[in-house]
Design a protein around this ligand. Structure first.
Ligand code: CP
Ligand code: NVA
Length: 301
């Protein structure tokens, strides 16, 4: 493992090892307090962030390393100077690059032209750190991931893609329910389904909420992702029947509610569910740090 650009290129062994390592770091933080001593990480953000920015910064600090945050005060990446120069220059000073970019292509370019590991902190296509943290959260609740049935309801997006590859690597079942025209990328679905088949998992797509039976957890995300140009009023009518509310939680026997955040209460999920007893959103947020630290240790430790 040289980078973490997506979960889809991980072996099952590497994926499960990252989850175990995250559990170990979470349980014994003191043991890892000098794991990244003397190492520096550049954090490059083209888009806003609360969880990713803070969990990386604090996480790196807890491992004894140093983080440098770079926002886009000079405009989008690649405007003032080519992405390739950005990558090669940063590689002179830092030991790893964490990047949140509009396109996956920019992340791939950073990895190609830099000489240090690159970690995808969200692109248009993937959110692998989120996917890892969420499967870690599911492991904490259900222990045996092969018995987990994760439901994803709403807009098929970057988070869906990473959850889907996580399900495939975990050998779990995942059912994705979206309004017509809002399914995850068809090619990526096929790849995830092939990977799932190899590991005893199953990825199912449907336009009907009735496809959700006996699910372990229901996951949803914003209907409008950063960089999307669609108007809320335009899609609201289409998405409203897919809102995760108490009725859907009950009718599917879901034990947990999950969301990567930020959450828009009253849209993709009702406030009652987001803030309810079954919601594990803050556990997911906390686990971002532990999962990412496992990634950094693997790449730099
Ligand atoms: N879930 C997540 O990535 O949150 P931020 O956009 O706040 O980083
Ligand atoms: N799908 C969302 C996730 C935010 C963490 C977005 O890309 O904006």
């Amino acid at each position: 493992m040289n980078h973490l650009l997506t979960l889809k290129t991980l072996t099952q062994e590497a994926f499960l090892e990252l989850l175990s390592s995250a559990q170990s770091i979470k349980a014994n933080p003191q043991q890892y307090s000098q794991a990244l001593a003397g190492k520096s990480v550049a954090m490059l953000f083209e888009k806003p962030s609360l969880r990713t920015r803070v969990s990386f910064d604090i996480g790196i600090n807890k491992l004894g390393g140093h983080a440098v945050y770079l926002d886009q005060q000079n405009g989008a990446l690649g405007v003032r100077e080519p992405v390739s120069d950005f990558a090669s220059n940063l590689s002179c000073w830092v030991d790893a690059i964490v990047a949140r970019t509009f396109t996956q292509q920019t992340i791939e370019e950073l990895a190609e032209h830099g000489s240090v590991p690159v970690v995808n902190a969200l692109s248009d296509l993937y959110h692998p750190c989120q996917g890892l943290a969420d499967w870690l959260t599911l492991k904490e609740h259900f222990v045996d991931l092969t018995q987990v049935h994760l439901a994803y309801v709403g807009d098929g997006n970057n988070v869906t893609h990473s959850l889907m590859f996580g399900a495939a690597l975990a050998g779990a079942k995942m059912t994705i329910v979206c309004p017509p025209g809002h399914f995850p990328d068809a090619m990526l679905v096929l790849e995830a389904q092939a990977l799932a088949q190899k590991h005893g998992g199953d990825i199912v797509l449907s336009e009907k909420l009735s496809a959700l039976e006996n699910v372990s957890a229901i996951y949803t995300d914003t209907w409008i992702s950063m960089g999307d140009t669609v108007e809320l009023a335009e899609i609201k009518q289409k998405f409203m029947p897919f809102q995760v509310n108490t009725q859907l939680m009950q009718q599917t026997n879901a034990q947990l509610f999950m969301h990567c955040l930020p959450a828009y209460r009253g849209q993709e999920a009702s406030a009652e569910v987001v803030d309810g007893e079954q919601s594990v959103i803050l556990q997911q947020a906390e686990n971002r740090m532990h999962a990412q630290n496992a990634v950094l240790l693997k790449l730099l430790g």
